[in-house]
Ligand binder design. Structure first.
Ligand SMILES: CCCCCCCCCCC/C=C/C(=O)SCCNC(=O)CCNC(=O)[C@H](O)C(C)(C)COP(=O)(O)OP(=O)(O)OC[C@H]1O[C@@H](n2cnc3c(N)ncnc32)[C@H](O)[C@@H]1OP(=O)(O)O
Ligand SMILES: NC(=O)C1=CN([C@@H]2O[C@H](COP(=O)(O)OP(=O)(O)OC[C@H]3O[C@@H](n4cnc5c(N)ncnc54)[C@H](OP(=O)(O)O)[C@@H]3O)[C@@H](O)[C@H]2O)C=CC1
Length: 290
């Protein structure tokens, strides 16, 4: 497979040559950025999600940039979808070495107003869906071949006001990350997590526009004084999947500009002096760099 050499990221070419990666929620946002990075570095990728059109558009973008990508329609809230989606991914790629459990979402609501159906939807997606996707990857491939898994969670370290459901689910995944790292290390499997702060993605656009000012205000409460980029999260995920992290398992890496260490005695100030890390995927795609 050839890759488009003009795309610049922090990782060396062919880092994942011969590897197969499944990214849930890979059709958009952070998941798509991870998929593009892994494909650029030589991995075959499967993008899984519920919406075929989004997946196919994403696959076409990766193919145009010289990567090998496939779409698998799969709702991680459905046990049968997970089982068939993992089987299809293994069939398409010839294996499954890397798994990014990125599919997820929630809605803002005061805890007292969360309806049972909404609570269940968020737990089923973020906690139960993540667990059974990982279990199925283990049963169908990783138990006998090893692998590396990264779970995407969130900054819920001080609780998650207005998002009690996702706070509980993501804390569960943080704990699962440690349990599975302990249980499956003997099979050559590493499992880690990444906990993003507030990241500028298509996902934020799915919230009611009335929520946007709150998100922008909240995003100043970190040492960079800005939202994170998809590239900054994807770089952390890629590192944890790579051989450079071969002695790391069971950890959660916070990619939040220091949001989760906010301290009232020294709150973030100023305009933010830390540079943004951006790759050049978008600029190559829109033609602004060759
Ligand atoms: C006011 C201040 C708020 C401040 C908050 C600041 C927080 C900033 C930090 C942000 C950090 C995280 C960001 C992200 O993760 S963005 C990326 C993820 N993407 C999303 O979250 C996408 C948006 N969410 C959804 O798609 C849905 O919420 C959901 C996760 C539930 C999945 O939807 P799905 O389509 O699968 O399910 P349904 O639509 O059938 O919904 C099932 C039931 O869920 C309840 N529900 C859903 N949406 C709402 C809502 N907006 N309000 C209340 N209840 C909701 C409801 O019971 C649904 O069933 P019914 O429709 O039958 O009633
Ligand atoms: N952006 C941010 O600030 C933060 C994001 N995160 C988390 O990062 C992850 C990626 O979010 P982001 O890229 O921002 O947002 P997106 O909404 O763009 O990504 C979520 C993806 O998950 C897919 N998805 C949702 N539900 C399911 C399901 N039941 N089965 C399969 N796929 C599903 C969606 O596709 P489809 O709807 O077509 O199925 C979509 O592609 C999410 O888990 C999110 O909660 C965490 C902290 C902060």
């Amino acid at each position: 497979m050839s890759t488009t050499s003009s795309i610049q990221t922090i990782f060396r070419d062919h880092l994942f040559a011969g590897k197969s990666a499944l990214i849930t929620g890979g059709g958009t946002g952070i998941g798509l950025r991870c998929a593009r990075e892994l494909a650029r570095l030589g991995a075959k990728v499967v993008l899984a999600g519920r919406t075929r059109e989004k997946l196919e558009q994403a696959v076409a973008g990766i193919s145009e940039q010289g990567g090998e990508a496939h779409a698998v329609v799969c709702n991680i809230r459905e046990a049968e979808d997970i089982e068939s989606g993992i089987a299809e991914s293994i069939r398409l790629m010839g294996g499954l070495d890397l798994l990014v459990n990125n599919a997820g979402g929630q809605f803002p609501s005061p805890a007292e107003d969360i309806p049972r159906k909404g609570w269940n939807a968020v737990i089923d997606t973020n906690l139960t869906g993540t667990f059974f996707t990982t279990q199925e990857a283990f049963r169908q491939h990783m138990r006998s071949h090893g692998g590396a898994v990264v779970n995407i969670i969130a900054d819920m370290w001080q609780g998650f006001p207005m998002m009690a459901h996702t706070g509980a689910a993501r804390a569960g995944v943080d704990n699962l990350t440690k349990t599975l790292a302990n249980e499956w290390g003997r099979h050559g499997i590493r499992i880690n997590a990444v906990a993003p702060g507030i990241i500028e993605t298509s996902g934020l656009e799915r919230y009611d526009p009335m929520v946007r000012p709150f998100i922008e205000e909240a995003a100043k409460n970190n040492q960079t004084r800005r939202m994170g980029t998809e590239a900054e999260v994807a770089a952390a995920v890629t590192f944890l999947l790579s051989p450079a992290a071969s002695y790391i398992t069971g950890v959660t890496l916070r990619v939040d500009g220091g949001q989760s260490i906010f301290h009232p005695l020294c709150p973030p100030q100023g305009d933010g002096k830390m540079p943004v890390f951006e790759d050049t995927f978008d600029r190559v795609q829109d033609g602004s760099v060759p």
